[in-house]
Design a protein around this ligand. Structure first.
Ligand SMILES: Cc1cc2nc3c(=O)[nH]c(=O)nc-3n(C[C@H](O)[C@H](O)[C@H](O)COP(=O)(O)OP(=O)(O)OC[C@H]3O[C@@H](n4cnc5c(N)ncnc54)[C@H](O)[C@@H]3O)c2cc1C
Length: 302
């Protein structure tokens, strides 16, 4: 990464919120559920499906966790009523994992139960490595009672190949991604090339198992490797889908849909947009750079 991008990344936490908002709005559907519904409808018209995320994380107050449960209930109701081609994604710390594992499990049980009644799938997002074990435990507890719940693997983590083996054997629906949280070298790979290869290895294990796999990446090399692997292993199209984030590489999205692949877009909405947006901008400081360059050019031309 070049020096300018590194400087932009370092400056992000000090940047006023309204500026972050300006650059990050492409990643978020809006503040309200109506905004999310409008985005999902647009995506459906383009041949995509969606997973809806109510923004929020690191909740420290049980009241706020209960509010998040209610917000997801509303999303589930709207998905049914408006016949949206969508499921939901939920963060364990939004359900209260930072307060206690029991609380997060109880809250997720309500969300997953309501989704089960409506025939809607729930993906439990994977957060930083301090939450990995608890997230797998919560997922396993939910699986005792529900089939409609899956979990995420991050190829950045050294443990992931072992986790992939276990989940593949159990036939769990898994989303495989690189992992957005920067972790210490002791537990995570740091080199982008190793993270890529670890992704391919984990995917091979998941394909060899019984479960459905969501390949969540915008990395075209990985997408090509995934398709080649599916072809080599004789994996039918109904065993996997691609997933991408709202606001990232819509051209690649169109290419995949145009080639007949199932493509699900992660659609976050809500007022707690800040931590999610900062993670996205840190991942791609070019967005801020391009915006700043355009702004300065306008000022100089004026
Ligand atoms: C549907 C979905 C769900 C996810 N869920 C989780 C989760 O639960 N836990 C977790 O830790 N991570 C999650 N992630 C994030 C993931 O781990 C990666 O951080 C993210 O996808 C970027 O990695 P990449 O594989 O796209 O490869 P990269 O090499 O980072 O990106 C490939 C290319 O995509 C483009 N790109 C990537 N990011 C951006 C961006 N922010 N803005 C503009 N362009 C960009 C660039 O052109 C880049 O060259 C999820 C990702 C997706 C797509």
């Amino acid at each position: 990464m070049n020096l300018v991008n590194r400087l932009l990344q370092t400056a992000l936490p000090l940047t006023p919120k309204f500026i972050v908002r300006f650059f990050a709005k492409r990643y978020v559907a809006g503040n309200t559920l109506e905004d999310a519904v409008a985005t999902v409808r647009r995506l459906m018209a383009q041949g995509c499906c969606a997973t809806i995320d109510v923004l929020g994380e690191a909740v420290r107050n049980p009241e706020l966790a209960a509010q998040a449960v209610d917000a997801y209930r509303e999303v589930l109701q709207v998905i049914t009523e408006q016949q949206l081609n969508a499921n939901i994604s939920v963060k364990p710390t939004q359900m209260g994992l930072g307060i206690s594992e029991e609380l997060a499990l109880a809250n997720l049980r309500q969300v997953v139960g309501e989704a089960a009644n409506r025939g809607i799938f729930v993906c439990i997002d994977m957060e930083d490595a301090t939450t990995t074990d608890a997230t797998f435990r919560i997922h396993a507890a939910l699986r005792q009672d529900f089939q409609n719940v899956g979990v995420v693997l991050q190829s950045r983590l050294r443990r992931t190949l072992a986790d992939a083996r276990r989940l593949a054997q159990e036939g769990i629906n898994v989303r495989l991604c690189k992992g957005i949280y920067l972790e210490p070298r002791r537990i995570a790979y740091e080199e982008p090339e190793i993270i890529r290869w670890a992704f391919v290895h984990a995917l091979e294990v998941l394909f060899a198992g019984k479960g459905y796999v969501a390949i969540a990446t915008h990395d075209e090399w990985l997408i090509e490797q995934s398709l080649a692997l599916a072809d080599k292993m004789g994996i039918p199209a109904n065993r996997f889908e691609f997933q991408m984030l709202l606001g990232v590489d819509p051209a690649l999205r169109r290419i995949l849909v145009g080639s007949g692949h199932k493509l699900r877009v992660y659609v976050p909405f809500g007022s707690h947009w800040y931590p999610y947006s900062v993670r996205r901008l840190r991942e791609n400081p070019n967005i801020i750079r391009a915006g700043l360059e355009a702004f300065l050019r306008r000022r100089l031309d004026a």
